[in-house]
Design a protein around this ligand. Structure first.
Ligand SMILES: Cc1cc2nc3c(=O)[nH]c(=O)nc-3n(C[C@H](O)[C@H](O)[C@H](O)COP(=O)(O)OP(=O)(O)OC[C@H]3O[C@@H](n4cnc5c(N)ncnc54)[C@H](O)[C@@H]3O)c2cc1C
Length: 515
């Protein structure tokens, strides 16, 4: 006889789980509780180099209101059933919509997709977890509101709540998304509803405009954590600027990363370039539109010679620095002169604008992202190698040329040992850079999958040995990453978890945090 469930939550018997499922059905309706294997497939499509079975959910539940989330939390506490909340569930390359550990119940919040408020004067929004960037974009455009979003590259299909909670990034001046969030509503593990910041003050109208409230600032503890289920998030939107000028600076040599970062940092820190700049390597630039087999079919990582050929063929830089200027035409004119002067003084790099590259596919998609326009072009990266494997390795770096060069060399050495390619970019904040490397591998090839798994571990540990840590981790390595950040941090995280969630029902294991 076929098993009744794909998996069971750790420590929960089938009888107890039957009872919990019956109560979920009573609370949410039969149509919003899934246990059948075919209904769970979309919650188990991980791209990581580990077996799907390690992240198979036992069930998925889909509440439609804060009250239903509270009802689910009560059932979870009663039966000790762990629940993994997702908002739009597109955490691709970090674990997708699958739970962190086998047997956890996915709480899919996509039905809670109401845009509760958009204030065009204060440029704020309040949204539920299921709201996608596309939905918010359409809402703004249908009403002709002079507002811009900041979205990650999967834009249309992802959403502000899930992306912000996992501390994701976009490409406009508001690209550090958590920084530009303001106020959360959280269902706590005991079922209480907390509004952070000014949201706790009855009748307050400043929840979405003043982040700090009174006393300890709590919003941060609900990001990359498992202390609650976020049911509303406030965000700041960017007033649409009267003019926008995207540009790219192309650099010919890999060693030019030093000049790129050193030229950029002062401009970025002084907000002359206000947006989250990207410096993308040729393998990312070309990888989004070309196939690996067009340039190399041999063993090992793609050789530098083949990358040079691609750079030449496709007329791209070895590094491609994308940035934008925002404001009135007069402001842009002044800043444009400063940028041209800085690039000239550095003696490296060629600046190009929409005048030369207006029809170039990659320039266009980068320009779209820098305006918060929906665009899925970056998914082209998955055709580079094919086979659907992807795991992001994203160490943080100081915004210094020498540091970028050191991380580049280390990454290429480690990837080279495993025959994987350096498909990477730097996303530049004010003082830091997210060095984002996409470990692309063929998930249907067992040897390549194993190579990617081992390679990821070496990247984590060898970077950590140099003092470099990742800004975000996929669900297969949360434990390893938590260990790298040290026992005191782990202990504090765990003490908060015990205090708020003594039964360990919310996303146990997220960021290595258990009861
Ligand atoms: C080609 C490609 C390009 C990408 N580019 C970017 C990029 O530019 N920037 C970037 O940041 N990412 C990028 N990503 C990674 C990822 O796809 C995005 O970060 C995406 O926004 C995350 O998915 P989501 O928004 O649907 O969040 P979700 O998957 O819904 O949530 C992410 C995680 O947050 C937690 N969580 C979600 N909702 C809640 C809640 N309500 N309460 C408590 N915890 C919750 C869960 O642990 C969940 O697993 C890229 C991925 C691909 C494949």
């Amino acid at each position: 006889m076929a098993a009744k469930y794909v998996a069971l939550p750790n420590g929960v018997s089938e009888r107890e789980f039957d009872a919990a499922i019956a109560e979920f059905r009573a609370a949410l309706g039969d149509d919003n509780v899934f246990v059948e294997q075919d209904r769970l497939v979309s919650y188990n499509k991980i791209m990581l180099p580990v077996p799907d079975a390690e992240h198979a959910p036992s069930a998925a539940i889909s509440p439609n209101s804060v009250e239903q989330v509270q009802a689910c939390v009560a059932i979870c506490n009663k039966y000790r059933v762990p629940v993994w909340p997702i908002s739009t569930g597109k955490n691709l390359g970090y674990g997708s919509a699958a739970p962190g550990n086998r047997g956890q119940v996915v709480m899919d919040l996509r039905r809670m997709n109401r845009i509760l408020e958009v204030d065009a004067d204060l440029c704020t929004a309040l949204v539920e977890p299921g709201v996608t960037y596309q939905q918010l974009y359409d809402y703004i455009h249908e009403r002709k509101l002079p507002l811009w979003l900041s979205c990650p590259a999967p834009s249309a299909i992802a959403g502000p709540v899930g992306n912000t909670i996992d501390r994701g990034v976009g490409y406009t001046p508001y690209g550090e998304h958590f920084l530009f969030s303001c106020g959360m509503e959280v269902v706590l593990p005991n079922g209480e509803v907390l509004r952070t910041g000014m949201g706790s003050l009855p009748n307050s109208n400043t929840w979405q405009v003043f982040k700090w409230g009174f006393g300890p600032y709590l919003d941060g503890i609900f990001t990359q954590s498992n202390y609650g289920i976020v049911t509303k998030l406030g965000l700041w939107l960017m007033p649409a600027p009267p003019a926008f000028k995207p540009f790219v600076i192309r650099y010919a040599e890999e060693a030019d990363i030093v000049a790129a970062v050193e030229t950029l940092r002062p401009l970025r820190m002084a907000n002359i370039i206000p947006n989250a700049v990207v410096i993308s390597h040729a393998l990312w630039e070309g990888g989004a539109v070309a196939k690996r087999s067009d340039y190399y079919k041999g063993p090992g990582s793609i050789p530098d010679e083949a990358v040079q050929r691609m750079v030449h063929d496709r007329n791209i830089g070895m590094w491609n620095l994308y940035a934008g200027l925002y404001g009135s035409p007069e402001q842009i004119e002044v800043n444009w002169k400063i940028i041209q002067g800085a690039v000239k003084a550095s003696g490296k790099g060629e600046i190009l604008t929409a005048e030369q590259l207006g029809h170039d596919h990659v320039f266009k998609y980068r320009a779209d992202l820098m305006q918060g326009k929906m665009n899925l072009s970056e998914f082209g990266l998955y055709n580079w190698r094919g086979g659907g494997g992807s795991a992001w390795f994203a160490p943080v770096s100081q915004a210094r040329g020498g540091e970028a060069q050191k991380q580049l060399a280390l990454a290429k050495t480690i990837l080279g040992r495993h025959g994987l390619d350096y498909v990477a970019e730097f996303i530049v904040g004010w003082r830091d850079m997210h060095h984002v490397i996409d470990l692309l591998f063929d998930r249907t090839d067992a040897a390549q999958t194993e190579a990617a798994k081992v390679c990821f571990q070496e990247l984590l540990h060898e970077f950590a040995a140099q003092g470099y840590g990742v800004y975000r981790a996929n669900t297969a390595v949360q434990e390893d990453v938590a260990n790298l950040y040290g026992s005191v941090k782990r202990d504090v995280n765990q003490k908060i978890k015990r205090a708020l969630d003594p039964n360990g029902i919310i996303a146990p294991g997220k960021s290595g945090i258990w009861v």
